[in-house]
Structures are given as C-alpha cells and as structure tokens.
Design a protein around this ligand. Structure first.
Ligand code: TPP
Ligand code: MG
Length: 357
C-alpha cells in the first residue's frame, strides 16, 4: 500500500495593497482610526530614529548599528498587536518594536553610543535586551513561553528572527519545543531577503520560511510584511489563539546590513528600486489619505514633532556618563574571584582615566 498521509498548505495574507487599497473583508475589526494613525506615526518615528542613528554613527557618535529601513510595518504591526503583558524578545534590528513598546529613545541611544546601560530594558516595556548572536534568542524565548504556561500568566512571548536565523539549529529546536508543549510562543520571521550578503535563495531550499513550522506541528502563515495591517492582524490572531505560531513577514532591508556593510557590492539597484515601490510607509499613507485620516499638514506637523523628540533624546543620551565598573558587574550573577582581581587592579591603576595622563 502507498497512500498520501499528510498534506499541508501555507496561506499568504495581505490586507492593504501597494496602492493603499484595503480588502475590507480582511480588515481587523478592533482597529479604530486613532490606532491606525498611531501605527503610521510610529512607522514614521522609527524611520526618523533610524536615520538619526545612522547619521550619528557616520559622525563617530554611535557604534556599529543595524538599520531597520524598510522593515517598519513588520515591526510596528507586530508590536502593536501585543498586549502590555506579552513579552517580546528581539534580535538586533527591532528598534521600531522597542519604540512602539514605549522604550525611551534616550536609553536606546545610550546603547548605540556603546554603553550596556542602554540595554537595561525598563520593566514596563516588557522585553529582553538586544541580542546579537543569531537565533540564540529563540530557545530563551521558548523557555520564557514555557514559564508563562507553567505560571498560568496568560501572556504570550513574541520572538523576532531574521530569514537567515531560520537556518540555525536554535530556530528548529525552539519551534519543536513550542509544538510539543503547546507554548504561547509567536515567532516573527522578519524576512528581509538578505542575511548580510547571503540572499534568501541561498539560505534554504524551502519554498517558504513559514512552512518550516509544519514539521514542528505548529501553525504558520506568511504575510505581506510591508502591510502593517496584515502583520497586525496575523499577530493579533496568533496571540489570541494562545497557540504556538510562526509568522513569516515578507519585507525588505532597504538599507545596510549594518554600518560596516556596503550592499552595493552584492545586490543590484534594480532590486532595491522594485522594493521601494512597495514601501510600507507610503502604502499606509495612501490608505489613511483615502479614508481622510491623514494629510500633508499632519505629515509636516508629525515630522517636526518627531525631529524634536529625537533631538531631545540625543541630547539626553550624550550627557550620559557610563559607570566603567558595569563592564565587570553584569557579566555574571555574582562576581567571581578572578574578575574581582581584575576590577581591583583596574581601580588601583586608575584605569578609567586612561594611561596617557
Ligand atoms: C551565531 C552567529 N553567527 C553569525 C553571526 C554574524 N551575523 C550577524 S547578523 C548575520 C545575518 C543575520 O541575517 P538574518 O537572520 O536574515 O537577520 P537580518 O540581519 O537580515 O536582520 C550574521 C551571519 C552572528 N551574529 N551570530
Ligand atoms: Mg535577513
């Protein structure tokens, strides 16, 4: 006997198209006009913040930075779908998620000036620090989701990973664990088509990244990641279902991998141009304008307000004086003897002042 024992399908969701036209039958019912405008404003603010950090880095006022340009809808849509009690676990590019969750921008900038004090996330933001080792955040997030289930908190854990990150063992292990234990874990794949210079086509032979969830026995969907409404809708549904879910958001990294990267070395202008036509911000703007919820005057006012907010945050962040002891204090939960010796020696030699005096 030979018979088909398993078939699967992956849905793709888009609610608002590139021209700003919405499929009303798919439009989430809980989105009022105030929230729609807020979504747009947060995308604008994230883009402005991003441009500012890039500029600071070029002036030697910030460290290596991973821009989010082009990925605003994926980040803001998913962040706004969370309830305050839901916990998010970022990787290193989710600046928009932090902003939408109320992370003070001056603290974010302290981190991007190179100080770990900026990676201490205020409790009410309900997220974990920036994590650079690719995909190591996934098993942590699965463990956190297990804790939510065990403690019956009712909260979900939303973890972000790039397309490249889904090739790591940590990704498969986390979704496998989530499937077995039916954890409230939502994995947002921010598929921006590139893992540094490695194109999506070279990362996996899998037709979609969403289908990787199938083997783990968990739900998944692919969404237009440049459509903030679709991302919101899929994430909200997943959170409310309480079930482990993988959401693949199709978006594009319009900028650099990081400030140390030069994408002109490995990708074509025509590819970038094609994605610019799908810009997540102009799409939402067209939609809001068609509903008379937004106009040029509001755009100008918003730009001025955002610039003032960001300038203020930069000013505050640049006044921040780091405590050099923190290099030693936060490595372990306690200070081992060997580290204590190093710290004592550094202090005895007035290490903080440098050696040139
Ligand atoms: C374990 C590990 N391997 C390699 C790197 C170097 N590295 C940093 S980002 C990156 C690519 C990540 O691509 P993707 O997951 O698609 O995320 P994106 O940068 O596009 O947001 C690599 C290989 C790292 N940080 N950690
Ligand atoms: Mg990527």
């Amino acid at each position: 006997m030979k018979t088909e024992i398993f078939v699967s399908k992956i849905n793709f969701l888009r609610v608002v198209d590139e021209n700003g036209n919405a499929d009303e039958s798919l439009f989430p019912k809980d989105l009022d006009s105030g929230t729609l405008v807020r979504m747009y404003r947060l995308m604008l603010l994230s883009r402005e913040f991003d441009a500012k950090v890039l500029s600071l880095q070029r002036q030697g006022r910030a460290v290596t930075y991973a821009p989010l340009l082009g990925e605003e809808a994926t980040q803001i849509g998913s962040a706004l779908a969370m309830r305050p009690s839901d916990i998010f676990v970022p990787s290193f590019r989710q600046h928009g998620v932090f902003i939408a969750r109320g992370m003070p921008m001056d603290i974010m900038l302290v981190y991007w000036r190179g100080y770990e004090e900026g990676n201490i996330i205020p409790k009410e933001v309900n997220g974990t620090p920036i994590i650079v080792p690719v995909s190591t955040q996934l098993p942590h997030a699965a463990g956190m989701a297990f804790a939510q289930l065990y403690n019956k908190t009712g909260a979900s854990v939303l973890v972000y990973v790039g397309d490249g990150g889904t090739s790591e063992g940590d990704f498969y292990e986390a979704i496998n664990f989530a499937g077995v234990w039916r954890l409230p874990l939502i994995v947002i794949i921010e598929n921006n088509q590139w893992a540094i210079s490695e194109p999506r086509s070279r990362q996996t032979a899998s037709q979609t990244l969403a289908q990787k969830a199938v083997a783990a026995g968990i739900d998944s969907i692919q969404v237009d990641g440049n459509d903030v409404i679709a991302v919101y809708s899929a994430t909200r549904d997943a959170i409310l279902s309480g079930k482990p879910t993988v959401i693949e958001c199709i978006t594009y990294r319009m900028g650099l991998h990081t400030t140390s990267d030069d994408p002109t070395k490995y990708r074509t202008d025509s590819e970038l141009e094609a994605w610019k036509q799908k810009d997540p911000i102009s799409r939402m703007k067209k939609y809001l304008e068609s509903k008379n919820l937004w106009n040029e005057e509001m755009e100008k006012k918003a730009a001025a307000e955002d610039a003032a907010l960001i300038d203020n945050a930069v000013e505050t962040a640049e006044k921040f004086k780091p405590n050099p002891r923190s290099i030693y204090e936060h490595v372990y939960s306690y200070m081992p003897e060997t580290l204590k010796e190093e710290l004592d020696e550094a202090e005895a030699n007035n290490f903080w002042q440098g050696v040139t005096e």
